[in-house]
Design a protein around this ligand. Structure first.
Ligand code: ARG
Length: 457
């Protein structure tokens, strides 16, 4: 029989109950629900709303329910309406009338708002841990491979020589911003909503600050209507997760390209690649493709959340029950993806020679030739044009810029001397880019130092 059966005179309808039920999704918040209820019962006792004995009995019984759930002595009833109803029902079954006092000065509306925030806070910390570990992995690999030169691309055309570490650290920078977004979301989750009751607050003489302290929240929410209606924090986390996934997806796309025979810049460890059922030669980067594919579902969850919220009037509406399934899916997805991406990256090998050889082709030192002429006094636009001509001729003669003879260079411009060869040497092209944030080894090492400091904060 339903807890709210008193108001109704007809039998329950199984189909309606199933449709209404959220236990399949929200049972994962059992711990938050129980600890939240313990804090509420503690406060009710402290404020003299229920007796100290009743408060203690409720708290101890909730504690035993938690233990029983954790070690498998109690199973969550899949027929229950939601986790809040389930816990209260078990409590009442165990201690009778006293258990029925727990819901004094509380509604499921503020209860679910509390549980959801507590759960979200916990998950943010876990996701942060994984993102940090990925950044550390990138930093580690960047240090290990600090001398590897590869072509940098724009439009997927070879553009200028860069350090592999510089390219990898670009992702570390994105992930640092992701950490910032997670921190920010956490701050806004850190408001305790319990005591708002259904929507208007309560006539009982409660102390919300006691609950806040007990549950380790930083603040108490200010408006009871907003407290039970606000799901901004869920949208914010879904957004932060979408961005992490977008970054992972771009990185994945790059790895997919780099593992192809066309690039062959890297090779995944056998344990993080898969074969084909028909083509014996295949070694496929399935993990990265799945991450790229799963990114879409996190965007879907974000849009679904925003759309669900946009038309509902204040305060609580049942539409909001949809919030958890969406956010939980995003949380599970990002954690799963990060957890597999990290060891996959750590065990991958970068193929130094292939990268370097690719960098040698494609005239990626042409900017350096133009800069050389400009530094010798030729206006940059003229230098740019002349370099274009030199490249055009070199393509025709099947030469790279360092293979052109000095006499030939002199025909283009008297400004060119034998120092040109040093100037367009790939290593030197990289090391000259000393502008702050540039690709020179010196700057990349500086970047690693600053990122490491940032991570330690
Ligand atoms: N299972 C519900 C949810 O997740 C709990 C809140 C129910 N409140 C209500 N007034 N029906 O949203």
């Amino acid at each position: 029989m339903k807890m709210w059966a008193g108001r109704f005179s007809k039998e329950e309808n199984k189909e309606v109950n199933d449709f209404n039920s959220s236990i399949r999704v929200d049972s994962r918040m059992y711990k938050e629900d129980i600890t939240g209820s313990m804090a509420h019962a503690f406060m009710l006792g402290k404020c003299g709303i229920i007796s100290n004995e009743d408060s203690e009995l409720i708290i101890n019984t909730l504690d035993s329910i938690l233990t029983d759930l954790e070690n498998g002595n109690l199973e969550i009833d899949p027929e229950a309406e939601d986790i809040h109803m389930f816990v209260e029902e078990v409590l009442t079954n165990r201690i009778g009338a006293v258990g029925k006092k727990l819901h004094t000065a509380r509604s499921r509306n503020d209860q679910v708002a509390l549980d959801f925030r507590m759960y979200t806070k916990k998950e943010i910390l876990e996701i942060k841990g994984l993102v940090k570990s990925l950044i550390e992995t990138i930093i580690y690999i960047s240090k290990q491979n600090i001398d590897l030169i590869m072509p940098g691309y724009t439009h997927l055309q070879r553009a200028q020589p860069i350090l592999l570490s510089h390219q990898l650290l670009a992702y570390a920078n994105m992930l640092i911003r992701d950490l910032g977004r997670l921190d920010d979301t956490y701050k806004r989750c850190d408001y305790m909503p319990l005591g708002s009751a259904a929507l208007a607050g309560t006539t009982h003489n409660i102390d919300r600050f006691i609950v806040k302290e007990k549950l380790g929240f930083k603040n108490v929410t200010l408006n009871s209507i907003d407290s039970v209606s606000d799901r901004d924090f869920a949208v914010e986390l879904a957004n932060a997760i979408s961005l992490i996934m977008m970054h992972l997806s771009r990185f994945s796309e790059e790895i997919i390209l780099w593992c192809s025979w066309e690039f062959k810049f890297m090779e995944l460890d056998d344990s993080y690649a898969t074969g084909s059922s028909i083509m014996p030669q295949k070694k496929n980067p399935d993990i990265t493709e799945l991450i790229r594919g799963k990114t879409g579902r996190t965007y879907g969850n974000l849009i679904a959340l925003l759309t669900m919220l946009k038309g509902i009037p204040l305060a609580y509406n049942k539409d909001m029950q949809e919030d958890k399934e969406l956010l939980f899916d995003s949380i599970d997805t990002v954690k799963e993806c990060l957890s597999i991406f990290i060891p996959m990256l750590k065990t991958a090998t970068f193929l130094k020679d292939n990268m370097y050889n690719a960098a040698k082709k494609g005239f990626i030192n042409a900017t350096d030739l133009a800069d050389y002429l400009a530094k010798k006094g030729m206006p940059f636009r003229d230098a740019y044009k002349l370099t274009g001509t030199i490249v055009k001729d070199a393509i025709k003669d099947n030469l790279t810029l360092d293979e052109i003879k000095l006499e030939k260079y002199k025909e283009y411009s008297e400004l060119i001397d034998s120092d040109i060869y040093h100037e367009i040497d790939l290593r030197n092209c990289v090391d000259k880019r000393l502008s702050f944030g540039g690709t020179s080894k010196e700057m990349v090492l500086k970047q690693i130092e600053l990122l490491t400091n940032e991570l330690g904060k």
